[in-house]
Ligand binder design. Sequence first.
Ligand SMILES: C[S@@+](CC[C@H](N)C(=O)[O-])C[C@H]1O[C@@H](n2cnc3c(N)ncnc32)[C@H](O)[C@@H]1O
Length: 363
Amino acid sequence: MNYHVLTLFPEMIDRAAHTSILGRALKNGCIHLETTNIRDYSADKHMRVDDYPYGGGAGMVIEAEPLYRAYSAVKNKIGHKPRTIYLTPQAKVLNQTMVEELALEEDLVMICGHYEGIDERVLDEVVTDYISIGDYVLTGGELGAMVLIDAVSRFVPGVLSNEESAQFESLQDNLLEYPHYTRPEIWHEKKVPEILLSGDHKKIEEWRHERSIERTKERRPDLLRQSMKVHCAFYGKDALREMAGKLCQTLSQYGEVIDFNRKKLRKQKYYFDSQDLVVLLADEQFEKDAGVPETFTNIYGKDTPCFIFWSDSFVHGIESEQTKQTDKIQRLLDKRGFLIKKIYPLSTIESSCKETALEIRKI
Ligand SMILES: C[S@@+](CC[C@H](N)C(=O)[O-])C[C@H]1O[C@@H](n2cnc3c(N)ncnc32)[C@H](O)[C@@H]1O
């Protein structure tokens, strides 16, 4: 990951970035950081980059031209129009899904404003994303850029060691993380919860999930309303089990995989509501078995968002028996209260599981 920060105060970024985990990542080359001083691109002999706002009013505005020149220099180095973020309070507030999505880029350009802001015309030309780090106003965009660099870097391979791993954490499921404890076992007469000493991993997992829900309910009820329980149901060859597992794990720490190859599970009735997210996966085997009448028919939703992964031939087949089949199943799911959000070819899990999971999480 290459970060390029356009700023009037490069030392603010350089100092902060060269410490702790980010400092280590910069040293071992997992991430690269280049700061560009916008002032170096001023055409003014006094190196001025700001001027009074048209229409009057307090404060100064950063001029379009020096920023455009600084940006063009970076763009030429990268070799194409890069993802360019303007840190501003006038934007959607950064969240974990946005962070993970940005981490998929190779280059990120960040523009830090100062004073009253930046001439709108240059922003219109170069910015691809407007991002705020919170609903308050800072003196400059540098701290915002640092927040972004820190959060995004955690998802860049090699930045975190195994112990620091970012795989599952607060906010992945729109749930806050469970409480943590370390030695000693008793501190200020407070004992570590017994279950954590039991060695029973399944029970510990359940306890942690319960504590996560409880904590989110208490501290961030707004997040809990956006939290979805993920269910990935599949019918098909063995490889599909692995795909369903991979997708389910990428979507949620607490998701469940339902194996519809098992007749007993197919016969069972499943009821979902709007806080459930249902993902159905079926391959050519499903096609061969003519849709196995009872598969996906014992599931009932209630405004339940649903994503479908069919075999590629199902998705791409035109005016054939296959399309008739898929139409029939879609109509059935529709009648059963499912909101079909998107149908993907199965190969997307192999080729871009993470990107697809992020797209699904955005619903
Ligand atoms: C004093 S602020 C300008 C605020 C501007 N007049 C407004 O009302 O939107 C100066 C710079 O700080 C940065 N900034 C301020 N608050 C921010 C926030 N919440 N998130 C990200 N960047 C912020 C922006 O780059 C902005 O150009």
